[in-house]
Design a protein around this ligand. Structure first.
Ligand code: PMP
Ligand code: GLN
Length: 384
């Protein structure tokens, strides 16, 4: 029997590989992006309450109305935009699923999709699983900004979509309003959809603001904005997220969603709905900026080169170029085995496995974890 190959990615995802290696060598896991500190007890209590109160059967296909309304009110409060909870928000089992579903909603075999690399590793397989063709455009080093001429040159009559990600995984770069305006200039008068992966929207540092596609009326009318509660409420394992899109796009999205997962676990939705409606926790970016600053200050005593502090996200990308000339995958494995700290090699985010001797650290960890990790890393020395 012959199993068809649905996409070009071979093997297991880098996040699974590095987390398994971390476990095998009892290393500190700064690879896969998940917190090692607990979620807010109030949220855990609400999950318990949901199960006890009988919220244990299928939720409506689009998501619990209370959660959709809480999300709409929250987005209105934070971005000053009006959102129709019934017609524009769909709750999904995480953002990875929402991205796949949005692609499946719009793509036909032979369509082209532009991605900006380094890019989150699910984009390419998701595009290919729909029979579409990936057109990679490289971000500019060392600040990972977008070269708009390159994007313009990549557009053809077959371009069906562009997927963008801000704050960016793995580089921590963020988009400014000018980036959205430049994208609008390129897609104007063309039938090109935007997928805007904004899972780290609440993690933006140094007083900067997250620029959401939802704040760009011209682009919003052709966009799927994809979000995840996992990174925002420290519960990545709950796998709940949502898609915001104009009514016609939302209707088409739900047409697909209803036949893939149909709905999302009800007690989690109940807990999140009540939690968001009454959320009085300090803004998440304060706590995460503190972690980033602490981590960077410690890291300055190691031979890693920090080109730029992450403006957002969970991640700091650094160069190990003056420590070793090993390829990045080999270096990440060596660091895990020999120094007890697991990271992610950046070549995993490139279709051509481009290797600039960069690795990614996740700093969404307890202070003790970060301190111990850097203590181990400070044994490294400059060798080149
Ligand atoms: N997009 C990016 C850029 C991510 O880093 C992640 C991981 N959180 C996702 C999408 C997927 O989010 P989820 O865990 O909700 O599927
Ligand atoms: N988004 C997380 C990261 O970039 C990992 C999610 C996953 O393991 N697929 O590390």
């Amino acid at each position: 029997m012959h199993l068809p190959s649905k996409h070009s990615a071979t093997g297991t995802t880098i996040f699974t590989v590095m987390s398994a290696l971390a476990q095998q060598y009892n290393a500190i896991n700064l690879s896969q992006g998940f917190p090692d500190y607990p979620l807010d007890e109030k949220l855990a209590d609400l999950l318990h309450e949901a199960a006890l109160k009988g919220f244990n059967q299928y939720a409506p296909m689009a998501g619990l109305p209370l959660l959709r309304q809480s999300v709409a009110d929250d987005l209105t409060k934070r971005y000053g935009i009006a959102i129709n909870a019934d017609e524009e928000i769909t709750i999904t089992p995480g953002a990875t699923y929402a991205i796949y579903t949005a692609f499946t909603t719009i793509l036909q075999p032979g369509d082209e999709v532009i991605i900006l690399e380094p890019a989150y590793d699910s984009y390419i397989p998701n595009i290919e699983m729909n029979g579409a063709i990936v057109i990679p455009v490289a971000l500019s080093s060392p600040d990972f900004s977008v070269d708009w001429n390159k994007v313009r040159d990549a557009v053809t009559a077959k371009t069906k979509a562009i997927i963008i990600n801000t704050p960016h995984n793995p580089t921590g770069a963020i988009w400014q309003q000018e980036d959205w305006d430049a994208l609008a200039d390129i897609v104007r008068d063309k039938d090109i959809y935007i997928l805007s992966d904004e899972v780290y929207e609440q993690l933006v540092y140094d007083g900067q603001k997250h620029c959401s596609v939802l704040n760009h009326p011209e682009l919003r009318s052709r966009s799927f904005a994809l979000f995840s509660f996992g990174k925002v409420f420290h519960n990545t394992g709950w796998k709940i997220g949502y898609c915001v899109a104009p009514p016609a796009l939302t209707a088409a999205f739900r047409c697909i969603h209803q036949f893939i997962s149909f709905t999302v676990n009800t007690p989690g939705q109940y807990a999140l709905a009540h939690y968001i409606a009454n959320n009085d926790a300090p803004p998440l970016h304060q706590m995460m900026q503190h972690k980033r600053d602490m981590f960077l200050n410690l890291l300055r005593d190691t031979p890693f080169t920090i080109f730029k502090p992450a403006s957002g996200s969970y991640f700091q990308t650094v160069s190990y170029g003056n420590i070793s000339d090993m390829p990045d995958m080999e270096f990440a494995q060596w660091l895990t085995k020999e120094y007890g700290v697991a990271t992610i090699p950046i070549s995993a985010f490139y279709s051509n496995k481009k290797d600039d001797r960069l690795i990614r650290f996740c700093f969404a960890k307890k202070e003790d974890t970060l301190t111990e990790a850097v203590k181990r890393l400070s044994r490294l020395s400059v060798t080149r």
